[in-house]
Design a protein around this ligand. Structure first.
Ligand code: GAL
Length: 362
């Protein structure tokens, strides 16, 4: 918070704290670099899903610097813990950041913290996950479309087992609204075609939990009866594939994923995972940064927005909604390599040399 605002707030004893804080405009006080520019809080949900720290965060910070040389980013990662994220939001409010970009660990549990930030005059941009509470903007992908892409790819890979075959469904953590959308989209394609013999919702999107659940499904159904695995993202796919391999399942049934993690792309080249969904990181992070800078400067988000969504209170919120892309071994080059997400050298480790040659990735 800028020094003059703080003094003014103290002087204005008749004004409630909330109103005084709400009066804080774009930051011109000392930021963490000792500069005078706006401060933007970036609150990430966990360190187990690679994308947040390896893709979203660097692209976001780069774009912020391009737009606003004197802006600083306060970075926090809740490591999957709701209470930690609540504390991180509170700390950013106390610090007086000028805008927050939040990937909520649990949308419902974070709603009071979002309200507290808004009451303090700090706009909150919901990033990737639609946070509940009075958010000012939203950037994400069409989650149901992600689920449809996964479902369609799985049916395609199952071939003649796509009608009447059995699958295991490994969904995400339902405290994340995206997990609900992915599941809904996938079911819209899979229902009536395959038999979903086992379905799990995975606490904190944990690879270990997916591994345990997949092992349970193999014991209950028999490996030979599993014709396909719907895994909602690459971390879950990793847990499922490890369970299938340690049960000596060969050949592996097709397994879906999401997030275009480097490990998943390598599994796709090796033939262990059928597909992933690539949600281009750079446009999402850039749109989040565009909104954050506008919000921190006290400007309207409308020029950045291309869409609107309904917040949990039913209010129309400016949004940017991007298009997800299905990636199998046939289009890794045209998508992830072309976009500069990974080089062929990064994907093609020595054990993958011949698989990479077959995939046209040499
Ligand atoms: C979702 C996100 C996915 C995935 C998952 C686990 O909300 O859209 O890309 O990373 O969280 O963190």
């Amino acid at each position: 918070m800028k020094a003059w605002t703080r003094d003014a707030a103290i002087a204005l004893t008749a004004v409630s704290t909330a109103l005084a804080l709400a009066a804080c405009g774009p930051g011109t006080g000392n930021n963490s670099n000792g500069g005078n520019g706006p401060e933007i809080g970036l609150l990430l949900p966990d360190a187990t899903t690679a994308r947040w720290e390896t893709q979203d965060s660097p692209f976001f910070k780069k774009r912020i610097k391009e737009l606003c040389a004197d802006c600083t980013v306060e970075h926090a990662n809740a490591k999957g813990d709701v209470a930690t994220q609540q504390q991180q939001v509170n700390a950013m409010i106390t610090r007086g950041v000028d805008a927050m970009v939040l990937v909520a660990v649990d949308a419902r549990s974070l709603a009071p913290a979002v309200t507290k930030a808004a009451d303090a005059g700090i706009p909150v941009i919901a990033y990737d996950r639609l946070a509940e509470g009075p958010i000012s903007g939203y950037v994400s992908f069409d989650g149901e479309e992600v689920g449809r892409l996964q479902g369609r790819a799985l049916l395609r890979a199952m071939g003649d087992r796509a009608d009447g075959g059995q699958i295991v469904m490994m969904n995400g953590d339902l405290s994340d609204p995206n997990a609900i959308s992915f599941k809904k989209g996938a079911l819209s394609v899979l229902d009536g075609r395959v038999k979903i013999s086992k379905a799990y919702d995975t606490y904190q999107w944990s690879t270990e939990a997916a591994n345990t659940n997949m092992s349970g499904a193999i014991s209950a159904l028999g490996a030979e009866n599993i014709d396909g695995v719907y895994a909602a993202n690459d971390s879950l796919a990793a847990g499922c594939i490890t369970a299938l391999k340690s049960n000596k399942v060969n050949p592996l049934p097709p397994v879906t994923g999401q997030d275009a993690e480097l490990a998943a792309v390598r599994r796709i080249v090796a033939g262990d995972q059928y597909m992933t969904v690539y949600k281009p990181f750079r446009p999402e992070a850039s749109a989040g940064a565009d909104m954050a800078v506008a919000a921190a400067r006290g400007e309207s988000l409308d020029p950045v927005a291309t869409d609107t969504v309904r917040s949990s209170s039913g209010k129309a919120v400016p949004a940017v909604m991007l298009t997800p892309v299905s990636v199998t071994v046939t289009n890794i080059k045209d998508t992830l390599v072309e976009d500069g997400v990974y080089t062929v050298q990064q994907i093609c480790t020595p054990p993958l040399t011949s698989a990479c040659n077959r995939a046209g990735l040499a």
